[in-house]
Write a protein that binds this ligand. Structure first.
Ligand SMILES: C[S@@+](CC[C@H](N)C(=O)[O-])C[C@H]1O[C@@H](n2cnc3c(N)ncnc32)[C@H](O)[C@@H]1O
Length: 209
């Protein structure tokens, strides 16, 4: 069987199929527990949700007062996310700017965001380059929050749902962030909530100044 390329066409087809078959279930997906744990209680500012998908994290942030720029290259995912924003009400919806863009070419505005979050995005090129590009968008003393699903379960060696994808790893993120500019608050692999589904690489860093 050939390996999927995880490009725009792949994700658009996947989201279209998933939302058609299980739109209600997708709408009920909770926001990412790593993000809600790390961001709870942080004073809201400007956030970038890079690869926002169905929008649960974007809407959680907006509901907690953040002004969110949400980027994804799947029009189907964005349409779903926008409809969920409308359900959340005008106050929440008004806090989100939705951008249909490809993160491999879309350049975030430098230094603009107090929080840049990127969860489970397949990286088309070198992970280090991607991490540095996302990091440029972080404002002085702002936070970079990255999570990647590792392709193999470290205990069993079994492939995970992220097999064949290139996602952020602890090693690549740590190597990409210049310690003179960045303080690493979290850089660890955490077991996923469902046993046997592997581990997540979780990185939280803040720009020193
Ligand atoms: C596994 S989903 C994760 C969605 C969301 N971040 C979450 O945690 O639920 C990966 C998302 O990244 C998007 N994506 C992948 N590569 C991208 C790229 N190069 N540019 C923009 N979006 C991308 C996909 O369309 C998909 O919505």
């Amino acid at each position: 069987m050939s390996t999927p390329s995880f490009d725009q066409d792949f994700w658009e087809r996947l989201w279209t199929k998933t939302l058609r078959a299980h739109g209600d279930a997708v709408a009920r997906r909770p926001p990412n527990a790593h993000l809600t744990a790390e961001a709870a209680g942080v004073p809201p500012g400007r956030a970038l949700d890079a690869g926002c998908g169905h929008g649960a994290e974007t809407l959680w942030l907006a509901a907690h007062g953040w002004q969110v720029t949400a980027v994804d290259f799947s029009a189907a995912a964005l349409a779903h996310a926008q409809s969920m924003a409308a359900v959340a009400g005008p106050e929440v919806a008004a806090r989100v700017e939705w951008i249909e863009g490809d993160l491999s070419t879309w350049t975030p505005p430098p230094g603009r965001f107090d929080l840049v979050t990127c969860l489970y995005v397949h990286v088309a090129g070198a992970v280090g380059d991607f991490v540095r590009r996302m990091a440029t968008a972080v404002a002085p003393r702002g936070t970079l929050f990255l999570v990647g699903h590792r392709p193999f379960d470290p205990d069993t060696g079994a492939p995970t749902a992220a097999a064949n994808q290139v996602q952020v790893s602890v090693e690549a993120a740590v190597a990409a962030l210049d310690p003179a500019e960045w303080s690493l608050d979290v850089a660890e692999e955490r077991p996923r909530a469902v046993a046997g589904t592997g581990v997540d690489a979780v990185i939280r860093a803040h720009r020193r100044s």
